[in-house]
Write a protein that binds this ligand. Structure first.
Ligand code: NAD
Ligand code: LMR
Length: 326
């Protein structure tokens, strides 16, 4: 049996936490041979800590063989101690009528503090995945506080958008999900994101050759994927949770699996015209567990270039808003 890895999860008693922890403990994130110690972090209020206690009891009651320990804490210095992965979920979700960027001022502060503490106490091989919204800019904020850990260790999740795009394309084409590949998300986890349908494939053929309705691809398809989070909030009264947890399992699993090509929001070094030092969704290839390279030179047509310019402008705007906080 391998040595256990330490996985810190903030917001562990929240909606996403409840859909996530059991999947990590059962081996779906790190594989069936990899034991884990879950370091659960919540806010220091009685209600949250009580709820966390209940979740920890349920985790114990599952008798997962891979679960080698549970830490429950409201002290981030304890929760992130020696963590190999830190999953930053804990943050305010938006409500109806809000955009994710409206959360920036409140949630941004959380990521300043957590970026500093992770940098100080997490393991040398620490990796960070940000889910709390607005996820791209929060990852940039956390990374900006790190002196020890390189910026590449901080990623944000656009995998939910990739999964949404695949599902919409499969439904429209009337094919099984497995027939749809190469669905990459460029830019921000917001309605401005670009689900790059011109690169995606159905049974190995470019999507526009299979779904020949260009107006649907450029309009309703991009809108449905970009505004899916709001549609779920309107329907449930709460933001997506199970699908977000599922996407985080995919995000980390694929970052730990060499050879996987998937969408991750990472620090831009100017690829595809993104401003350096925004965290933009791009296709990456996992090179070794936890490490990746951005796949450069995917072809961009005029529509793709316009969409990427718009989502880049939004990311630069978000960076401007929080500049004074860093
Ligand atoms: P929730 O309100 O159900 O749970 C959030 C939990 O985080 C709460 O239990 C809260 O006490 C805790 N928390 C808040 N601040 C914290 C801090 N500083 N440290 C530790 N814990 C803290 O919300 P949720 O539905 O689980 O969503 C969490 C976040 O994820 C929101 O910001 C939401 O918008 C975002 N989200 C992102 C995606 C994505 O694709 N990137 C998808 C869904 C949701
Ligand atoms: C989502 O895309 O479902 C999440 O980011 C939640 C939200 O606010 O839309």
């Amino acid at each position: 049996m391998k040595n256990p890895i330490r996985v810190a999860i903030t917001g562990a008693a929240g909606q996403i936490g409840y859909a996530l922890l059991f999947r990590i403990a059962s081996g779906q994130m790190f594989g069936p041979e990899q034991p884990v110690i879950l370091q659960l972090i919540e806010v220091p209020f009685e209600k949250a800590m009580k709820a966390l206690e209940g979740v920890a009891m349920e985790l114990e009651d599952c008798a997962f063989p891979l679960l080698h320990g549970i830490v429950q804490t409201s002290d981030p210095a304890v929760g992130f101690k020696d963590a190999n992965w830190s999953l930053l979920v804990g943050a305010k979700p938006r409500g109806p009528g809000m955009e994710r960027a409206d959360l920036l001022k409140d949630n941004g502060k959380i990521f300043i503090e957590q970026g500093k503490i992770i940098d100080a106490v997490a393991a040398d091989d620490a990796r960070v995945a940000v889910v709390g919204n607005p996820a791209n800019t929060n990852a940039m904020i956390a990374a900006s506080q790190a002196k020890r850990l390189p910026a590449e260790r901080f990623t944000a999740m656009v995998r939910l958008d990739e999964n949404r795009a695949r599902a919409q394309l499969a439904k429209k084409a009337g094919v099984p999900l497995t027939a749809v590949t190469d669905t990459f998300i460029f830019g921000n986890h917001s309605p401005s994101m670009f689900p790059a349908f011109h690169i995606a494939k159905i049974n190995g053929k470019p999507v526009p050759q299979v779904i020949t309705d260009a107006a649907w691809l450029q309009g309703p398809f991009c809108d449905t994927v970009g505004k899916r989070g709001a549609a779920i909030i309107a329907a449930r009264g709460l933001s997506s949770a199970a699908s977000a947890a599922n996407a985080l399992v995919d995000h980390v699993h694929d970052l730990m699996t060499p050879g996987k090509i998937h969408s991750v929001a990472v620090k831009s070094n100017g690829e595809y015209g993104f401003d350096p030092n925004v965290w933009a969704g791009m296709p990456v290839k996992t090179t070794s567990p936890g490490s990746f390279e951005v796949i450069k030179r995917m072809p961009l047509d005029e529509f793709a270039k316009q969409k990427i310019a718009a989502t880049n402008a939004e990311l630069v705007g978000e960076r401007e808003i929080i500049k004074g906080m860093l």
